[in-house]
Design a protein around this ligand. Structure first.
Ligand code: HEM
Length: 101
């Protein structure tokens, strides 16, 4: 690894993050653990929020912060009951997505 985090956006661009996050969310609706947690009526919105956050975090435009303010990710995840099993599932779907993209 050892990839300088803030250079990742210039390496893979918005398209790279878009295909990563699309590959993640493509798996969510049919997932028995994550499917019920995510807002079924606003999956495209959820996809956009994660994509914009990651783009900003890895050296791209700060669109997420402009639209949502400080990420406050601990607070924004607090409505969901995220235990180790659900965390492990999230990581597995993201791992699949990384390999696919
Ligand atoms: C540990 C497993 C995780 C679970 C189960 C989980 C679940 C969720 C759910 C259900 C939402 C609401 C979807 C929405 O309406 O936006 C959400 C939002 C979000 N998550 Fe996660 N998440 C996890 C880990 C992460 C990680 C590791 C990151 C960052 C790398 C992250 C970043 C975000 C962001 C940026 C939002 C949108 C916050 C907002 O602006 O409202 N999540 N997450």
């Amino acid at each position: 690894m050892g990839m300088p985090e803030l250079e990742i956006y210039s390496m893979i661009g918005a398209e790279g993050f878009a295909s990563l996050v699309a590959a993640f969310y493509r798996q969510v609706p049919q997932d028995d653990l994550l499917g019920p947690i995510y807002p079924a009526s606003d999956l495209p919105g959820a996809e956009q929020r994660l994509r914009d956050f990651l783009i900003g975090r890895f050296g791209g435009p700060q669109t997420y912060i402009e639209q949502r303010g400080h990420p406050r990710l601990r607070a924004r995840h607090s409505p969901f009951h995220i235990d180790q099993t659900i965390r492990d599932r999230w990581m597995r779907l993201m791992d699949n997505a990384l390999r696919e993209a």
